[in-house]
Write a protein that binds this ligand. Sequence first.
Ligand SMILES: C[S@@+](CC[C@H](N)C(=O)[O-])C[C@H]1O[C@@H](n2cnc3c(N)ncnc32)[C@H](O)[C@@H]1O
Length: 492
Amino acid sequence: MTTTRRLRSFHRWMRSNGVECSDALSLVDDASTKCISVFSLCDLREGDLVATIPKSACLTIRTCGAREAIEGAELGGSLGLAVAVMYERALGPASQWHDYFAVLPERECVPLVWSDEESESLLAGTELYEIIKQDKQFMSEDWRECIEPLIGSFNLDPDSFSLENYFSAKTLVSSRAFQIDKYYGYGMVPLADLFNHKTGAEHVHFTNVAEPESDDEGDGLDNDDKDDKSSDLSGDEQSSVIDQSTSSSAEGDNPAALEMIIIRDVNAGNEVFNTYGSMGNAALLHRYGFTEPDNPFDIVNIELTVVLKYCSSQFSRRYTRSRLALWRKLNFSGCSSQNSEYFEVSCDGEPQFELLTLLYIIYLNEKSFDKLGTMIESLVNGDELSCTVNLIQVGGNCSFKKDNIQNVNDLNKFLLTKSVCKALVMLADLRENLYGSVSLKDDERKLRECSSVKERKLYHSLVLRVSERRILGKLRDYASNVGPRIKKRKIL
Ligand SMILES: C[S@@+](CC[C@H](N)C(=O)[O-])C[C@H]1O[C@@H](n2cnc3c(N)ncnc32)[C@H](O)[C@@H]1O
């Protein structure tokens, strides 16, 4: 089937399934990338309704032919939806969604379906490296525990439900599914999933006009994906949340359909973008298989284990343990995800506040540390702000004026002693070592020479490496330029 043909069939499919796509939209099939994008054929203005998609046309656990088996096995969320996708694909032309599947790729090129060698060579050191290893392991367990036992009941080619096909279905779900509503749950929304992403400058929103009555709330099936152990860097389940409009005044409101409405003007001939959310490059690559240069939502994480390793290189293990224990007693903690605790460094190189408090405590002199120990009882009863104020006062900072402090961010500069700044630079170096011996300059050169279309995996992994390494550079600048701003005074 030629690309033009698949789009013609999809347009026919939309008409016969009640999907209304405005004549102002042009679906474009790019022969070089085999990807579809949406362009405007005329000027589109804020408020224009450009598509209506009946919820019954969406592929969900509720609408798929294997509903009974999937619900009977209590599979929900992305795992259940991936089974629905595999089932309907296995039906071939007999599936209601056959012509919809023809406009989807076989699988999305996300790292989950890269070979182990590719992950090793392209992702080592990046935020994704360990996550992908875990994803593969957890999803294989999900498949063995939840899907393999069901395969016989489908009476279809068992190969269609293989582990490999499960991974492929998961890539489609992670990159294209939406949370529809309570009744339909999480699903594939034809047409809505053809729009590409632009960070912070999208043109279109999907609106769920009203919630239909749910006939069986509390049936144990929900969208919190309790069966699915895979990680989610973006923190939410769906690729895009559909706006829940509470207004029902507009004429033509249709509780059984989703509407796509222009929220930012588009001139004729331009691409119409959606947004998949505010995500850094690691999250974009993880779920969607692409990255954006200069992404303002990028972050780098520094694992607590790296901080402790650095601390142990300076002090005894006992010393490190006692400092960490006091930090915890003061109710500080890092971010946590699947057995790891870490600190974020934002796009502009600013380290997470809690990392500064930990380093500050690590470098407190013995006297101040002991004094802090005696104050624990009173400190833990206060809030984070007053606790940190006390911490800084005990540390003996003479330029510190409590009255000017409104929130914890105002305290950052007082935590940046010379030792803390030096530690931040060392931590940036330790984190950078994880990328191996290739320099940032070499990565930047390779990126300039690389084609985003022909060498897609290499290109996006290089964007990720380069953006993470630039943040580490900014962390070094931050530590060198911001601190130390304070003079010490003995108050003990
Ligand atoms: C929801 S689909 C969008 C439609 C898709 N282009 C298609 O051919 O069907 C999401 C996928 O589109 C691609 N994509 C979306 N936005 C992109 C962007 N800004 N840059 C590169 N690829 C993008 C990625 O492959 C992503 O996984």
